[in-house]
Design a protein around this ligand. Structure first.
Ligand SMILES: Cc1cc2nc3c(=O)[nH]c(=O)nc-3n(C[C@H](O)[C@H](O)[C@H](O)COP(=O)(O)OP(=O)(O)OC[C@H]3O[C@@H](n4cnc5c(N)ncnc54)[C@H](O)[C@@H]3O)c2cc1C
Length: 456
């Protein structure tokens, strides 16, 4: 067999998965159709859970220079009054990282690509478009546009919205009902505009709904909802015209004005035999929470250790838990993003209670372990005498809090509030930071110990 895992698509999700697997010795082939990286940002925000995944991928320090800590988001009405305040803490939060980061996507992708160079077991091939996939009992065969074929034990379709992988598998997308055209404008300030502020602003103005985002360095973004008659592409003068209440060419250069159709969709299933979907190939959401890429990075976090365990002898049925676990979690983000979109459009004012808004941390759907208690909820990452808990545990299963039956699992104290919230004295934490279940359950402890052997 040529390769353990072929990753179709070298976007942020494919590259993160390749790092997570490559770091643990799996052989990985990333096939990316574009010859060169895309030089403009799309995503601009990620959260502390995603930084925790970058930590697991060994790239957090390389990613940090391309970020700055996010202050949060304000939803304002046409009169400039704040309807909803979604401020984020300015100190390290429960994930062991800040709650919110703004980032420069080309910088993040360069960091992810550069890190792969350290792994002789990982190969990134650019200018390689996958046009066909087939699978037999023990392998997936991928055919490139050039006619070259590659074989791998598993293939992950991280090939974005128009996923060839998803189409080849005949997997339909469930439409969750949101579809709007928006203009996305990226500018670089040529002189200081401190008055624009560090918060993202959602302009909940039925006349002109829009978003302002403070990017990293001197990057600034506006996203404006379009009407049916607006031209695509939009001429530069027209873009400046739409931005004139905030900024003019005296203060910034226009780097990009692109029109996107924001949608809310989720794949009806995420796996077929040895081929699985991840990232935008499996789900899409409007960017009002800045969570589309985050959801894809969570897919990678859920998948790497399951793939590794199966490659090293665990039952392949483990991979069947991936889609159902992730689908429920991502659905919660899609629904919230759509609800926020409606608020911004003011088509359903009152849908979200006015006042303070908090980040959501949805549970995993049904999958590995029980779901009638702490199982499936996202655990905080505590600080241990040997550093952050996930690192100290070697990114394998560990016990948090008191655990009568925690067996040979590494054990750490802390997270009392989270444990008390779930009426639990101790929990087993999976390599992706979610709880497997209570540490007092001997069967779960045995399961975690067995999986740890595959992850050693
Ligand atoms: C305007 C806008 C703002 C956004 N803001 C945010 C934000 O702030 N935060 C956030 O979390 N998300 C945000 N998102 C969403 C985010 O950009 C996507 O969710 C994310 O890029 C998905 O990553 P991915 O790796 O799954 O797919 P992609 O980034 O689409 O990467 C897929 C890769 O696969 C390659 N590919 C495709 N087909 C093939 C093939 N057949 N063979 C080989 N390679 C192939 C492509 O060239 C591409 O490089 C935003 C999106 C938009 C449009």
């Amino acid at each position: 067999m040529d390769t353990d895992v072929a990753v179709i698509g070298g976007g942020p999700v494919g590259l993160t998965l390749a790092n997570l697997l490559g770091r643990r010795g799996a052989s990985v082939l990333v096939l990316e159709k574009q010859p060169e990286p895309y030089p403009m940002p799309r995503a601009i925000h990620f959260d502390g859970e995603v930084m925790r995944v970058f930590q697991a991928a060994g790239v957090a320090q390389a990613v940090l220079p391309h970020t700055h800590v996010g202050k949060g988001m304000l939803f304002q009405n046409g009169a400039g009054e704040t309807l909803v305040d979604w401020s984020r803490a300015q100190e390290i939060g429960p994930m062991g990282w800040y709650e919110s980061y703004r980032f420069f996507q080309p910088g993040l992708e360069a960091a992810l690509r550069d890190a792969l160079v350290d792994y002789p077991n990982v190969r990134l091939v650019t200018g390689a478009e996958v046009i066909r996939l087939s699978q037999s009992g023990d392998a997936v065969t991928l055919t490139l546009g050039s006619g070259t074929q590659h074989r791998a034990r598993f293939a992950i379709g991280a090939d974005g919205t128009g996923s060839v992988t998803r189409q080849a598998l005949g997997i339909a997308l469930e439409d969750l009902g949101f579809q709007e055209r928006w203009l996305v404008v990226d500018l670089r300030l040529t002189r200081p505009r401190d008055d624009l502020g560090d918060y993202s602003i959602q302009f909940c103005d039925p006349e002109a709904p829009g978003t302002y985002v403070r990017g990293v360095g001197n990057w600034r973004r506006w996203e404006l909802r379009l009407s049916d008659g607006d031209p695509d592409p939009m001429p530069e003068e027209m873009i400046w015209q739409r931005l004139r209440r905030w900024i003019t060419p005296r203060d910034a250069v226009l780097e990009r004005g692109a029109i996107y159709t924001f949608r809310s969709r989720i794949a009806e299933h995420w796996e077929q035999g040895r081929i699985l979907l991840a990232g935008d190939a499996a789900h899409q959401m409007p960017p009002f929470m800045g969570q589309g890429m985050c959801a894809g990075i969570r897919d990678a976090a859920n998948l790497w250790w399951k793939l590794l365990a199966v490659l090293r002898g665990a039952d392949q049925a483990l991979l069947g838990t991936y889609g159902p676990e992730r689908a429920a979690n991502v659905r919660a983000f899609i629904e919230k993003s759509v609800a926020l979109g409606r608020l911004i459009n003011q088509t359903a004012a009152g849908l979200i209670p006015q006042g303070q808004m908090r980040s959501i941390w949805p549970d995993l759907g049904p999958g590995l372990g029980p779901r009638d208690g702490i199982g499936g909820s996202l655990a905080p990452q505590v600080l241990t005498p040997n550093g952050k808990a996930d690192d100290a545990a070697g990114h394998r299963f560990y016990a948090l809090g008191a655990g009568a039956a925690a067996g040979t699992l590494p054990k750490f104290d802390g997270a009392e509030d989270w444990l008390a919230e779930h009426a639990c004295k101790g929990a087993i934490i999976r390599p992706d930071g979610y709880a497997l279940g209570p540490a007092s359950d001997p069967e779960l402890v045995t399961l975690a110990e067995q999986l740890n052997q595959h992850l050693a």
